[in-house]
Design a protein around this ligand. Sequence first.
Ligand code: SAM
Length: 313
Amino acid sequence: MEKKIQHIPVLLQESITALNIKNDGFYVDATFGMGGHSKAILSCLGKKGKLIAIDCDPYSIDFSRTIKDSRFSIIHGQFSSIENYLLKRKLHGKINGILFDLGMSSMQVDDPLRGFSFLNNGNLDMRMNPSYGLSAKEKLKYAKEEEICWILKTYGEEKFAKKIAREIFLYNQKNTISTTKELTNIVIKSIRFNKKLLRHPATRTFQAIRIWVNNELNELKTALKKTSAILAPYGRLVIISFHSLETRIIKEIILEKNNIVNIPKNIPLYSKQLISLEKNFKILPKIKPSKQEIANNPRSRSAILRIAEKLKK
Ligand SMILES: C[S@@+](CC[C@H](N)C(=O)[O-])C[C@H]1O[C@@H](n2cnc3c(N)ncnc32)[C@H](O)[C@@H]1O
């Protein structure tokens, strides 16, 4: 990576307070990124405390080598395997707090070579782990028009999904979309582009393809389902999310239901009653960034911090 990338952690103080850090507690930062939150957690931990970080991006793992602290360790892997990592380390059920700071790190967005941004031209890759799975370029090349349309609609909530999908598909029949600039130009050409739009017209397409390439929603679903088993009683789950698709999953798995108990089929129950029968978590009020944080770090503008505390079982 050539230029020095600056990273401002989102909702830093609020998430550290939300974790309610115990001096000798065990914590997991499931999305290490550039270590902003990890460093703050370490600064609150005592000598016997432990922090285990996870990231799928090898550049984050390299970056973590700057942390020389015997209380810290990092795993290169997907956070969907969080339960296995902790079982192996005999820490299952003993974790006092888990943090998820979803989305991309500055190291990913600001490096044109990674292909996450429509603002810089670069390879159309978008993989958080560049040595795993197919790149955005390859996935688009092999996808059918209907599949691309579904991806743009579902993961980008893009109202011009059909037109954009058609143009992407046609372009890929003759050429290959290899760069972020080519994809951006195709999107601009496909839709009626109103210059007064607050967002860049390619925002939703890039979001959708990134979520698809990295299987982000399934990763989140799988990981969240494991959190109550991993946490110790009164352990805190803290999640910083950025868009409505993540919110939907957090609501479905953590906020609205935790466990569905087996109920005889002949007992009529409304679904809301059914899902509130056994809860694993107490939900605390959500937090949004202050006006000042948004002014200092515009990337924080759509962030929401949610906190759930595991009930004593
Ligand atoms: C927003 S950044 C985290 C920034 C971090 N809190 C900081 O202060 O530097 C999200 C990080 O999570 C990682 N990530 C996203 N999805 C992941 C997954 N399913 N498994 C492991 N890491 C993931 C990304 O590679 C990225 O580095």
